[in-house]
Design a protein around this ligand. Structure first.
Ligand SMILES: [Zn+2]
Ligand SMILES: [Zn+2]
Length: 113
């Protein structure tokens, strides 16, 4: 295997440093990452679904057709979290109001001019 004549698939101006065992394409040293003891390209790591899906894998997946559905899922999760936070806050607000209403004297002093 003569790597000196091979160039990186992503960077044609750079000489290839390793060959990805999954897609069998050549990549430079900055394109490959050691994954499970093997030098694998970033796109293959993102595609294979690594044990810990990092933000970098998420970012590379955004540009691909398969990764775009991650964005609506995140929006739904953010919406649920926001709705839960609002309902929790409103629940706290409502439960705190009756104590003020029952306190007649304090209510009277507030309204007096
Ligand atoms: Zn690959
Ligand atoms: Zn490269």
């Amino acid at each position: 295997m003569n790597l000196s004549r091979t160039v990186c698939t992503v960077h044609p101006e750079r000489p290839a440093a390793a060959r990805c065992p999954k897609c069998r394409q050549f990549f430079c040293s900055s394109c490959v990452t050691e994954h499970e003891g093997r030098l694998t390209c970033a796109s293959c790591i993102a595609r294979s679904g690594s044990p810990e899906p990092s933000l970098a894998a998420l970012a590379t997946g955004v540009g691909r057709s398969g990764g775009t559905r991650l964005i609506p899922l995140l929006q739904i999760l953010a919406g649920i979290a926001l709705a839960w936070a609002v309902s929790w806050f409103m629940g706290r607000l409502i439960t705190s109001i009756p104590s003020d209403f029952h306190d007649g004297t304090r209510w009277e002093t507030h309204r007096r001019r």
